[in-house]
Design a binder for this molecule. Structure first.
Ligand code: ADP
Ligand code: MG
Length: 700
């Protein structure tokens, strides 16, 4: 079969989507379900029963035996508990059954998921509830029902609920604005996301020989190979056959799940690649990105490969990020971040743009929080990803237009036009003039913003909860102001003008990697939250609690619990890494070094006996260096051991503990690594206890 028919036929075969629903549900049931999906109305149990039965029949025809409520707890990955469809009959046989009740609600034990103290105060019981705005799908012979996850007393325990709430918040506020512009056709506003996912692929057999990769997902040791990424020969380079086979297989698995996998290419670092889908609504994009990450790992195994999603698997070459392309659109298909063709559309665009500018400036702390974890700390500000300073890139043209609105001066030197909202038409903002700046954390790229700070392991729910909510908040302020004005056009002009004046400090079109920018940003009063422990406390500031409670995204209790989960996870991650290092030194590195130097000594002695003269300079000098370094390694390991034990003393205060892990433990880890890497460079390859960077990065 040709790809022309094969791909469309394969696409979404594993998804209980609109097409299947239409085909398999009675008309009335279909209509009721659609209504629920559109307006979030609750579903009648009698309807749920019919839907469940149709889903089960469809799934069983495809060989499925189990179902699961698929949810997104605070671990950042997805969770599932499989139940079979079997139901015993009176005569000792079984039939395959799935009820509406089972579809709508599940009850996994919540006690083993991170809850940040909520568990202590509330019952351990947790519930999952079907999110009918996301399609059910089949994975691993199991019918997966996308669900939200909450506790017995109603506290939200997952990443999906707040995401859906944030989408609702921006919908509500954006509709108010559209109404002011006289748009009566749009009945819903949604945010759209296209997450570009970076990853590494290495040989599975080599991966399994490294405890650091197995336990931590990143290498904790490793001398620099002779070649890194300096030749820039990997980026967009021809893809190796083994990798191509993997990518083809991955595309097909994703297409079957309805994921719009579109672009694939080699990335900057050796063994690094990227996959980008066509964008979709934020809820779907989030589910699909989770599925993409899962499939990346699963498919790799089939090809004898391991997929590394960690933000910094290898020192010395780029780490992996996840660019979150984000925009706002109406259900009538209008992209609200796209400059339109008429003066009115332009004015509307500039208002939405102003809202984003104000939101990013006022809530730069939250955007930084949304990308904070131990892994991403290695990337941000390391000249391979944006700095930890949040700023926006708008491009020259847009800046000139805003400048002209602010000062009343002409923006276009040739035509001497003074931009006036509601009067003038903006020029089309060419994509290539806005996409040039690759160093900006938050770049306008023609009709969307590209948030480039998220790390590769992140669920995109976090950054998008923040983006949706902060923009919703500013839109609500704008709507309040405009609704109460008598002269809409002049109020609008004033609003865009004032917003630009007050918030233009957040706009920066230059090189974000430069040292000058760090100094300039400081002058402008922008935050530079270099590490996770620096950033996280901002999440629970009064200003931010007010924001999230106002829009009913989180309660204050939920926010504190999330803060705790994230802080704890930072400490735990570094603790595991440090313990792994100590283990590797004691059980692998030191024994290998001692064995190798023992061999050298023996060889030297034998040589001396045979030749009875002192011609053992290489052996002696090498043994000397090895011995000195081994002593140093031993000392540093003992110190790290002691420091790890002392962490207990800081446990009463999470922030203090996290600072301790960053300042003391992490610093010692880096020192220890330097010594081990020097030893690796001195030892023979066959005595080294695990595969080197050269092998991992270049031999696949
Ligand atoms: P590049 O980053 O190289 O300029 P593209 O502009 O083609 O690439 O798109 C990058 C990602 O942005 C893709 O996943 C694409 O689907 C997504 N994207 C494009 N338009 C939108 C939009 N309106 N909303 C959200 N994502 C979008
Ligand atoms: Mg991009």
């Amino acid at each position: 079969m040709s790809a022309t028919t094969r791909v469309p036929e394969m696409f979404a075969t594993m998804v209980f989507n609109d097409h299947v629903m239409k085909e398999r549900l009675p008309k009335e049931t279909y209509k009721a379900l659609k209504k629920t999906m559109m307006n979030g109305k609750s579903l009648d149990l009698s309807i749920a029963n019919i839907v469940a039965n149709a889903m089960k029949d469809w799934a069983v025809e495809k060989g499925v035996t189990h179902f699961t409520h698929w949810f997104q707890p605070m671990t950042g990955i997805t969770a599932e508990k499989h139940d079979s469809f079997i139901s015993p009959t009176a005569n000792g046989e079984v039939i395959m059954e799935f009820s509406g009740k089972e579809l709508v609600r599940g009850e996994p034990d919540a006690s083993s998921f991170p809850s940040g103290g909520l568990r202590a105060t509330f019952e351990a019981r947790g519930y999952t509830a079907w999110d009918p705005t996301a399609y059910a799908f089949i994975k691993d012979n199991t019918l997966c029902i996308p669900t939200v996850f909450y506790s017995y007393s109603g506290e939200v325990l997952d990443k999906k609920t707040p995401l859906l709430r944030s989408m609702e918040a921006i919908n509500k506020q954006a509709l108010r604005i559209l109404k002011l512009f006289g748009d009566t056709t749009a009945s819903r506003v949604i945010t759209t996301v296209g997450p570009e996912q970076e990853y590494f692929l290495i040989d599975k057999a080599l991966y399994e020989q490294r405890k650091d990769l197995v336990f931590c997902g990143r290498t904790l040791f490793g001398a620099k190979p002779p070649k890194g990424q300096e030749l820039e020969d990997h980026y967009f380079g021809a893809i190796k056959t083994r990798v191509l086979d993997y990518m083809k297989d991955l595309d097909e698995e994703l297409w079957k799940l309805g994921v719009l996998a579109k672009t694939k290419h080699n990335e900057v670092a050796p063994a690094q690649h990227e996959l980008a889908p066509i964008f979709s609504n934020t809820n779907t994009a989030t589910d699909h990105n989770q599925l993409t990450m899962e499939m990346m790992k699963k498919v790799a195994v089939r090809h004898g490969l391991t997929c590394l999603l960690h933000e910094k698997p290898f020192a010395g070459v780029n780490g992996s990020g996840k660019h979150n392309n984000w925009s706002i659109s109406t259900d009538t298909g209008i992209n609200l971040l796209e400059p339109g063709d008429s003066p009115c559309e332009n004015a509307q665009f500039l208002l939405f743009l102003s809202a984003v500018i104000k939101a990013v400036d006022e809530y730069q702390d939250l955007l930084r929080v949304s990308v904070a974890n131990a892994g991403n700390d290695h990337r941000l500000g390391a000249n391979e990803a944006p700095p930890a300073i949040v700023s926006m890139f708008l491009g020259e043209e847009l800046c000139e237009i805003l400048e002209s609105i602010e000062t009343g001066s002409s923006y276009n030197k040739k035509d001497a036009v003074v931009m006036k909202l509601g009067v003038h038409t903006l020029p089309r903002i060419a994509k290539d003039t806005t996409d040039r700046n690759r160093t900006s954390p938050f770049a306008f790229t023609g009709n969307k913003f590209e948030f480039r700070m998220p790390g590769s392991t992140f669920s995109v729910s976090g950054p998008n909860i923040i983006l949706n909510t902060i923009v919703a908040e500013v839109l609500s302020q704008f709507a309040d102001q405009l609704e109460s004005s008598d002269d809409f056009t002049s109020a609008l002009n004033q609003l865009v003008k004032n917003t630009y004046t007050e918030h233009k400090r957040i706009i920066f079109n230059g090189n974000n990697y430069s040292e000058e920018w760090v100094a300039e940003a400081k002058k402008r009063g922008l935050l530079n939250l270099k590490s996770t422990p620096d950033a996280l406390p901002y999440f629970v500031s009064d200003k931010n609690i007010e924001l999230f409670t106002k829009h009913k995204i989180f309660t204050s209790t939920e926010m504190h619990s999330r803060y705790e989960i994230l802080m704890e996870s930072y400490c735990k991650t570094i603790n595991i890494e440090a313990l792994t290092m100590v283990d590797m030194v004691k059980k692998q590195i030191l024994p290998a070094v001692l064995k190798y130097s023992g061999k050298l000594c023996k060889a030297a002695i034998e040589k001396k006996t045979l030749l009875s003269l002192s011609c053992c300079e290489p052996e002696e000098s090498l043994v000397n260096r090895l011995s000195n370094l081994a002593a140093c390694l031993y000392k540093k390991t003992s110190r790290l051991d002691t420091e790890l034990l002392a962490a207990k003393e800081h446990e009463k205060d999470l922030k203090e503990l996290a600072d301790y892990y960053r300042d003391v433990i992490f610093t010692s880890m880096q020192e220890l690594r330097a010594v081990a890497d020097e030893l690796e460079a001195l030892c023979s390859e066959d005595c080294w206890p695990y595969p080197t960077y050269s092998k991992l990065l270049f031999y696949i």
